[in-house]
Design a protein around this ligand. Structure first.
Ligand code: AHR
Length: 511
């Protein structure tokens, strides 16, 4: 090789031209805002999510505010909960909200038929939930009972939470100790109407929706309601098509979608101690979210090119076998670095589709499925998933910056997945952030990001990783997987370079 060719090669290598992953950041091209509601969570009356998770009761020795554990409130405030969905899930279509108001010792009980058949004493009800949302600074997202409720019940519930005064529902609320209405704007019109919400066809449900939505109004007393139609199960594109076609858009603010990353519903595999093949399959399912969101959005575009109706992914996350020895109806699972990878790639997908995806809810907040916190009596630990949500909170209400990504692959046997995923945004103070994941458990990834539209000279950051993708936080080792400072990013000649270690999530701030 002659001297000139050697110099060219040297320049190419040093400017990242041969990095496996080439990205271009367009820092001057933002158009859409990443809603804080993409960073939503889900709290169902299921297992130990509400009782023992959030709610320990006013008389518990565990420090609490109005019965909700304060360690959890503080952790969630730090993480930033965009919105909180409640009371289900499948439970929502059995819930009688009027049984959960008034003096706690006079509330009737019910059986939680979907989740373990346990007796629900209704001690955590509407006031508890809406006050909790205020304490967290989170928007409430209530799921109405369509499957076994009535139009009047749901209409009354909306009025109870939103009307100022004068009406029977507003007066009942005041009698129960709450003078002012809450800001309860977001309402689900049933849940999984194709399954536990009533086993309906979409053609039938679309009519039911129209009837319920007609009577769900705040009658002009507060901000406009945001009504969400129960959406498709994964790739059921016909469901979305019919909802968008048959429901007038002046009574439809959102269409839901549920997708869980499950290897096989009959053989989910363990939450810890899984094989690489099981890890690969989970990530394959997680990355399917890109196709689901794209194809459901395309259908929505056909009926709503102005993108007024939001795609609301109000249940997502990993679903594995319950921890050995725990109640199968309680869906309690541990949470490893695999879940951190799942969260990292999914949130990048949502950010990059924020023109249509404006609400999403990770299932579920505590002690159920892909939880951000696990409790054991007075003890509480934060999971790897928590740390990803906390690291990514810089994207909330920031301007999405387009990122072109050409990535290397994570290969297992004959199958391949993109190794790297990323998204970028500019916050209200003008700070640019980039979040990156490398899902490959065996190889690090060289990253080169060409910085367009910014004069950044460097970057600071944080990283979440661990020796093995099976690593997790336990009550004995609560900080085994936690974020650390990341010093490996440099900017040279307008190009940001870094190496992502195997199974890592990195957040960078340009400066
Ligand atoms: O999140 C657990 C359950 O999964 C929810 O109750 C239901 O909506 C979904 O099938």
């Amino acid at each position: 090789m002659n001297k000139a060719a050697l110099i060219t090669l040297f320049l190419a290598v040093s400017s990242g031209l041969f990095a496996q992953n080439q990205l271009v950041l367009n820092a001057d091209l933002g158009r859409d805002t990443i809603s804080h509601n993409i960073y939503g969570h889900f709290a169902e009356h299921l297992g130990r999510c509400i009782y023992g998770g959030f709610y320990v009761g006013e008389n518990s020795p565990i420090p609490n505010k109005d019965g909700v554990r304060t360690d959890l409130i503080e952790a969630l405030k730090k993480m930033k909960v965009g919105n909180l969905r409640w009371p289900g899930g499948c439970f929502a279509d059995t819930y009688q909200w009027k049984d959960g108001i008034g003096p706690k010792n006079q509330r009737p009980s019910m059986q939680n038929v979907w989740w373990g058949g346990v007796i629900e004493d209704n001690s955590f009800g509407t006031h508890d939930f809406l006050n909790l949302c205020e304490a967290l600074g989170a928007e409430p997202y209530l799921a109405g009972n369509v499957g076994s409720g009535s139009v009047k019940d749901l209409s009354d519930w909306v009025n109870y939470t939103s009307q100022i005064s004068g009406s029977p529902m507003a007066e009942l609320r005041k009698k129960n100790g709450r003078e002012k209405p809450w800001k309860a704007r977001m309402w689900g019109v049933g849940n999984e109407a194709w399954g536990c919400g009533g086993n309906m066809t979409v053609e039938y449900y679309a009519n039911v929706y129209r009837q319920y939505a007609t009577f769900m109004t705040d009658w002009g007393n507060s901000s406009r309601l945001f009504r969400v139609a129960s959406g498709a199960n994964g790739a059921d594109y016909h469901w979305t098509e019919v909802l968008m076609r048959d429901i007038p858009h002046n009574m439809l603010e959102g269409v839901a979608l549920h997708h869980y990353s499950v290897i096989d519903w009959n053989k989910k595999g363990p939450a810890t101690g899984f094989s690489e093949a099981q890890y690969f399959k989970t990530m394959q399912q997680a990355l399917r979210m890109e196709e689901l969101v794209t194809r459901h959005s395309t259908i929505m575009d056909k009926y709503d090119p102005a993108k007024k109706v939001a795609l609301v992914v109000d249940e997502w996350g990993g679903w594995y076998d319950v921890e050995p020895g725990t109640n199968p109806g309680f869906l309690y699972q541990q949470n490893t670095l695999r879940d951190a990878m799942l969260a990292g790639v999914t949130l990048n997908i949502f950010n990059n589709h924020c023109d249509r995806v404006r609400v999403a809810n990770l299932a579920q907040t505590v002690n159920v499925l892909q939880a951000v916190a696990l409790t054991d009596g007075a003890k509480m630990i934060l999971t790897p998933t928590y740390h990803v949500l906390e690291m990514y909170n810089i994207h909330q209400d920031a301007l999405l910056l387009p990122l072109n990504i050409s990535t290397g692959t994570y290969t297992l046997g004959e199958e391949k997945l993109p190794a790297v995923s990323a998204s970028a945004s500019k916050d209200k103070a003008g700070k640019v952030h980039i979040t990156l994941t490398n899902i490959d458990p065996n190889k690090s990834q060289e990253i080169s990001i060409s910085l367009r539209g910014t004069t950044a000279k460097g970057a600071t950051g944080r990283i979440l990783t661990s020796a093995k993708v099976q690593d997790y936080n336990s009550f004995d080792q609560p900080d085994k997987v936690k974020p650390a400072e990341f010093k490996g990013a440099t900017v040279k000649n307008g190009t940001l370079q870094l190496t992502l270690p195997p199974v890592s999530v990195v957040v960078l701030e340009l400066n």
